[in-house]
Design a protein around this ligand. Structure first.
Ligand SMILES: C[S@@+](CC[C@H](N)C(=O)[O-])C[C@H]1O[C@@H](n2cnc3c(N)ncnc32)[C@H](O)[C@@H]1O
Length: 291
């Protein structure tokens, strides 16, 4: 699915640009609010990018056009965050991320090469306990099924971290055969990212039943695949609601052939944060929203 340019940079489609635009809008709102809180109880607030990526990806439809990736969107946000934590598993990506130190010499930038599940658990979460009066925004933007449910649990338990996650519905859908429930290896993979698999049998009901049980106003034109993607997205946000007190609606990120790839949503400890996210999503009307 992913393509890379000659310098190891991602080549990204229109939906990724939408994702980055939504991220930038939310970061601005978050940073304004948090900066204001620093006048009273808040000591510091951080941006944590668990899948920092290639920094300046190129646009698929015009490979001469560079796009600011998520680390740049965060570093450009005003007011500034107190620190930026960037994680990536690829050493080539890390080299590109290191260069940001030169471009933003006054920003505190911490860079970790490794699997973000381990880095978050061992290196970053211990720096943000509740008593620290610090807060963090964590962006989880994997290619596929790389975010462990345990990591989401650890982040929720901090009560200091909000997460903005681009959940790979396509990654899960691929593990769900069309006509029969998945085998044990696939079940294990799904359980690792979604926390449970007891919901899977519902997917193998006839489509009409699935539709009726899930949507108040089912759209007759929805294909079985779309239903699955929307269903999975709302299931994931439901799972997130068991860990975080407030979860936004999800927006489905679709490719040029209208296949649902990801579901983007915010899980937070703060009601206002979710309201802001839903307002931002509402303004992007062409995206499919799932409440
Ligand atoms: C979709 S790209 C990130 C794009 C970036 N967030 C942006 O919007 O510009 C996914 C990145 O995650 C990295 N990656 C893959 N598995 C990882 C893992 N387990 N931990 C940390 N990074 C990982 C890849 O090297 C890749 O750079």
């Amino acid at each position: 699915m992913s393509r890379f340019g000659s310098e190891g940079e991602d080549i990204i489609g229109k939906w990724s640009e939408d994702k980055l635009a939504l991220l930038a809008k939310y970061l601005k709102a978050y940073s304004v609010i948090m900066n204001d809180q620093k006048k009273s109880w808040l000591r510091e607030y951080y941006y944590i990018d668990a899948f920092a990526g290639s920094v300046r990806p190129r646009a698929k439809e015009d490979e001469q056009r560079y796009i600011d990736g998520s680390p740049l969107r965060a570093l450009q946000t005003e007011p500034k965050f107190d620190a930026y934590f960037f994680i990536d598993v690829s050493s080539r990506r890390i080299e590109r991320i290191e260069m940001l130190r030169e471009d933003f010499p006054h920003s505190r930038i911490e860079i970790y090469e490794g699997n973000c599940n381990n880095v978050l658990r061992d290196n970053i979460i211990p720096q943000i306990p509740y008593a620290s009066k610090k807060r963090a925004f964590v962006f989880l933007d994997p290619y596929g099924l790389q975010v462990d449910w345990e990591t989401i649990q650890d982040l929720a338990n901090t009560k200091t971290c909000d997460i903005f996650i681009n959940f790979s519905v396509m990654g899960v859908t691929r593990l769900l055969p069309k006509d029969q429930p998945p085998q044990s290896e696939a079940l294990e993979q799904i359980s690792k990212v979604m926390g449970s698999t007891d919901w899977i049998n519902q997917i193998y009901q006839p489509p009409a039943q699935v539709q009726l049980s899930l949507f108040e106003n089912p759209e007759p034109t929805l294909s079985r695949e779309t239903i699955r993607a929307e269903w999975l997205a709302s299931l994931y946000t439901e799972h997130l609601s068991s860990l975080f007190p407030h979860v936004s609606k999800a927006v489905l990120m679709k490719n040029s052939t209208n296949s649902a790839l990801y579901a983007l949503c915010l899980a937070s400890h703060n009601q206002t944060a979710v309201k802001i996210t839903n307002d931002i999503f509402n303004r992007y009307e062409h995206l499919s929203q799932i409440s």
